[in-house]
Ligand binder design. Sequence first.
Ligand code: UT7
Length: 329
Amino acid sequence: MANPQAAITAIAGYVPDYVLSNKELERMVDTSDEWIQSRTGIKERRILKGAGKGTSDMGAIAVQQLLDKASLQTKDIDLLICATVTPDHPFPSTANIICDKVGIRNIGSFDVSAACSGFIYALTVACQFIQAGTAKRVIVVGADKMSSIINYNDRSTCVLFGDGAGAVLLEASNNGLGIVDSILKSDGAGKQYLHQKAGGSVQPATVASVEAEEHFVYQDGRNVFKFAVKGMEEITKEIMDKNQLTTEQINWFVPHQANTRIITMVAKRLGFSAEQLMLNIQKYGNTTAATIPLCLWQWENQLKKEDKLILTAFGGGFTWGAIYLKWAY
Ligand code: UT7
């Protein structure tokens, strides 16, 4: 008997209530609504406020919503994976904490760290468990509280990012629908262009590291832009060629939301029309591991059974990846 395929059978999302507008950013740093919109496409982003609130709080809300939507109980879940670069703590994993907050006990749970490609990576990992037959129902969360690692004095990064979480339920399917193929790539030489310098084992937190503002995202935006366009274009082509797909056959192109200019450039080079594109960066900014599930969540009502989707992302590492899937409901 053929291995089961893994299909997304439910989706949920959460964004915090607080809206950080471009106008408010104008009062914080030397920037303008005009610059932000024309260079990035972003109008506003959501910020998680409240002392003691972390990535797991957003993830747990999304997971609870997912369970309710799918009419499942906590005992029905076999594994939970969380993609994030803003874990609540260095350890335990944010996946562990989400499980605890939702009341999921005694299952495997762990985090995946692949920055903006985190959801693609985590979904691919989850898929292996289903295909191997070792798990029947896996929850994959993409969640980041980017505001916790953003320097709100640095105009080159603070206008870009927002907070949010998305979650999908992945189940075994035998009807040909679900994840058909995935490709993951990385190149550690990209670290120089996008990283958070301090707070890890190389440079633990010290008074000096905090004073030098080394616990924030550093990005050489111009270089990352070039690599992101090339990486997402090439990997999308690769997965489409491998599966003998033309752009016309794809119903939805779902790219990581880092910059409207990157997305439209990649879409144009590949021949995707605006109607095939999921684009919501204007509302949420770059929520790192959450961008793709938040897109799927927003477009859920327009997705039809058997629709063909390509998901792709590029991010810190560098990491990049693509998934080809057939929508299952
Ligand atoms: O998701 C992970 C992967 N990340 C990405 O894919 C992000 C990739 N990079 C980008 O999206 C873009 O490079 C940025 C949006 C970050 C920057 O846009 P850019 O068109 O590449 O601008 P730039 O960095 O080349 O800067 C152009 C100018 C500079 O001024 P000078 O040196 O020309 O005088 C910057 O200082 O824009 C200035 N600038 C700003 N001006 C107003 C940078 N940030 C701002 C700002 N407001 N917020």
